[in-house]
Design a protein around this ligand. Structure first.
Ligand SMILES: [Zn+2]
Length: 267
């Protein structure tokens, strides 16, 4: 816990990351090195002077709105089951350079590189800032039931998957009233999936990547996890009914509207 112990401000985020990593592993959503997460910590977590000797690593594109920010990320090629036990050895603290064109890795943690999905994480964090949103955490994981659902062509669109998942359980529309952003199958780790994800994030906090998994943004990683868990619950109910030999009936439009109206009244 060397660098986590040295800078106390990091500990809550690292503990949160470890706790969520454990959930993902126990859910069976984190095979091998699957999944990644990040938390934007702001600009005061560590005195940037301690990084002055660290190597500057160039980024393929600039993220000017992230200049000077610290981010804690899951490490490249790490396992969630290991991150859960030893966050200091499986996470990476980075500091984005002054113009957002490069980053430095905090030296005590320099043996671990950030997740290979770093460009997608940075693009999303920058977009959240541009849009004035309060979310600072990002989680991507491979949710079995949701991936299975996107193996069924008729549910591979935003409207059809919203209606299906909302209809399985009242809490889905209660806690995810804006529905789900849907990204049709796209090669992982590419600029194309990052761009489609940024578009899908407009007005949404949780996204489904067809045949791949889920991505959520939240004020912290627990909030990200909860949103994904709600979708998993709904997808699970759909398949439980199907496995029992009948199709889930779903809720009626009137029943869904009734919950929407309660939600709106409480805003
Ligand atoms: Zn993935």
């Amino acid at each position: 816990m060397k660098f986590l112990d040295k800078y106390k401000g990091l500990k809550p985020s690292a503990k949160e990351m470890a706790a969520v990593a454990e959930y993902l592993w126990h859910k069976g959503w984190a095979e091998r090195n699957a999944g990644n997460m990040s938390v934007r910590l702001g600009d005061m977590i560590v005195d940037p002077d301690v990084l002055k000797d660290a190597k500057q690593i160039p980024l393929d594109r600039a993220y000017p709105s992230l200049a000077g920010q610290f981010l804690l990320l899951s490490g490249s090629d790490t396992r969630m089951r290991n991150l859960a036990k030893k966050p200091a050895k499986n996470t990476c603290l980075i500091h984005i350079g002054e113009e957002g064109k490069d980053y430095r890795i905090f030296k005590d943690a320099a043996s671990i590189l950030p997740t290979s999905e770093l460009p997608t994480h940075l693009a999303i964090h920058q977009q959240l800032i541009w849009d004035g949103r309060k979310e600072k955490a990002l989680l991507h994981t491979h949710v079995n039931e949701v991936i299975a659902l996107t193996q069924i062509a008729e549910y591979c669109s935003k409207d059809s998957i919203d209606n299906l998942l909302w209809g399985m359980h009242p809490e889905t529309i209660m806690f995810i009233p804006d529905g789900i952003g849907f990204v049709p199958y796209t090669l992982p780790g590419t600029d194309e999936i990052a761009e489609k994800t940024l578009r899908a994030l407009k007005g949404h906090r949780v996204i489904i990547w067809e045949k791949h998994g889920c991505l959520a943004v939240g004020e912290d990683l627990f909030e990200c996890f909860d949103q994904i868990d709600i979708l998993a619950k709904s997808a699970n109910i759909f398949f439980t009914c199907r496995n029992a030999g009948f199709e889930a009936e779903g809720m009626t439009t009137e029943q869904l509207n009734e919950i929407k109206n309660i939600n709106n009244a409480n805003l």
